[in-house]
Design a protein around this ligand. Structure first.
Ligand code: ATP
Ligand code: MG
Length: 424
């Protein structure tokens, strides 16, 4: 009996992997233009890193982490998100000593033990960006614009940028207290999770997806009325800047995020095309977090884009440009040797070249060339070689012509390169 993969862990098969490569290429290009450098971080961290950063009473830490004790008795966790690890690395390597401003990105898998469904997996992938050491509202606007730009560069439209401010350590405590009192009067209408959250983490109730909890929030205190003057000024400046960048957005005062470390600006990019799992990207500012993790007093802002949801949104929307393929068909012993040499030389020159390995008939080789989508076929036969000639066939037009071949592979490769619009 074959052994199946694990529930919620998805294989990305070659056809889809092509789309993923395209996504990564576009994202890396955008990051370069916005001055973001890549950082690669491990997949495992000490459990306490996530507990301290994301927050003990968040869904992620309470019930979604893949945590285990390793052979040396240490509690480790497969990263459920990237920000904590990036900040850990930033602090551990003293990156701030070189430059307190660090714009970093990473692309890779995250792990959360959630209920698998469309757009929700247990291993999923994120494109993650963090801008550290900047307080300016301009960077908030820049990050949101950059996330939107990645989507539009991938040809995705119909998304909505939703912004909110979660306040800061000065103004949020009062809101939290008043919200808690309010929720106290609505207990009967809340789901059991939210009844628990009322005590442990009342802001999380705003994020609950259960319909009756949404209804129970009717008449709740509004966070925007609690923002202190500094937070208000910050939010207005972010709005002004994002308007200057010409990116449409809406303010969603109900939006909170699933992680405790956010302060002030938070945002989500949603698409109706995604159904219930509507958020394709999300992020926000985390001003106290670096200090909390034992680093210097620097602020930060970041976001993550979910790659599975991106891939869903792209679908067949965009034809990803196919690389041209050349097939070298060979008939006869000598011809096979030459075909392999030609293919090898072309591969070294950056052209995808395929050959037949099993001595198939010419007809069957031509069928295979068609199947793999070759645009050009080179037909090499012992008889033709004896006449210093080989045949080239354009698969699209079926045009076929003879090419002189005086055992000069270099000249032939140049000729093929020209035919394929490639510089070899
Ligand atoms: P959601 O509300 O969808 O649970 P979240 O608030 O937990 O998202 P974040 O932790 O902010 O999400 O992660 C950012 C992005 O990562 C999400 O917008 C989504 O696109 C993607 N993402 C999060 N969890 C998953 C998952 N389990 N499977 C696939 N993608 C995910
Ligand atoms: Mg979630």
């Amino acid at each position: 009996m074959p052994i199946p993969g694990i529930r919620g862990f998805k294989d990305i098969l070659p056809e889809e992997a092509k789309r993923w490569q395209h996504i990564e290429k576009v994202a890396r290009d955008v990051f370069r233009c916005f001055g973001f450098k890549e950082i690669r971080i491990p997949i495992l961290e000490k459990t306490e890193l996530f507990a301290r950063s994301i927050g003990e009473t968040t869904d992620i830490v309470e019930k979604e982490m893949y945590t285990f004790v390793d052979r040396s008795g240490e509690s480790l966790t497969l990263r459920p998100e990237a920000t904590a690890s990036i900040l850990r690395a930033f602090i551990e390597h003293g990156l701030y000593a070189q430059d307190k401003i660090q714009k970093l990105y990473t692309i890779g898998p995250m792990f959360r033990h959630e209920r698998p469904q469309k757009g929700r997996y247990r291993q999923f992938h994120q494109i993650n960006a963090e801008a550290i050491g900047l307080d300016s509202p301009t960077i908030d606007a820049e990050l949101m614009t950059m996330a939107m730009h990645i989507l539009s560069a991938l040809g995705i439209s119909g998304v909505e940028l939703q912004i909110n401010s979660l306040g800061c350590s000065h103004c949020r405590p009062q809101f939290r207290q008043d919200l808690q009192s309010f929720l106290g009067t609505r207990q009967a209408g809340l789901c059991p999770d939210c009844q628990r959250r009322t005590v442990s983490n009342p802001l999380r109730v705003l994020d609950c997806k259960v319909e009756r909890c949404r209804a129970a929030l009717e008449g709740m205190p509004s966070l925007s009325e609690y923002l202190c003057p500094d937070c208000k000024t910050h939010l207005h400046a972010v709005e002004r800047q994002i308007q200057l960048f010409g990116v449409p957005y809406i303010i969603n005062p109900l939006m909170v995020r699933g992680l405790d470390y956010y302060t002030r600006t938070t945002f989500e990019i949603t698409s109706l095309a995604l159904g219930a799992q509507s958020a394709v990207a999300a992020g926000g500012r985390y001003d106290g977090l670096i200090k909390e993790l034992g680093g210097p007093e620097l602020s930060g802002m970041g976001f993550a884009i979910g790659m599975e949801r991106l891939s869903l949104l792209i679908g067949d929307l965009q034809k990803i440009e196919e690389e041209p393929i050349l097939f070298v068909a060979a008939m006869g012993e000598k011809a096979c040797v030459i075909a392999a040499r030609i293919a090898h030389r072309l591969r070294l020159a950056g052209i995808q070249a395929e050959i037949d390995y099993e001595g198939h008939s010419l007809k069957s080789q031509m069928r295979r060339a068609g199947k793999i989508g070759a645009s050009l076929v080179l037909i090499v036969g012992d008889d033709e070689l004896a006449r210093n000639s080989i045949t080239m066939r354009d698969m699209k037009s079926s045009r076929q012509w003879a090419v002189d071949f005086n055992n000069d592979i270099e000249a032939l490769v140049l000729c093929i390169g020209e035919e394929m619009g490639r510089f070899v």
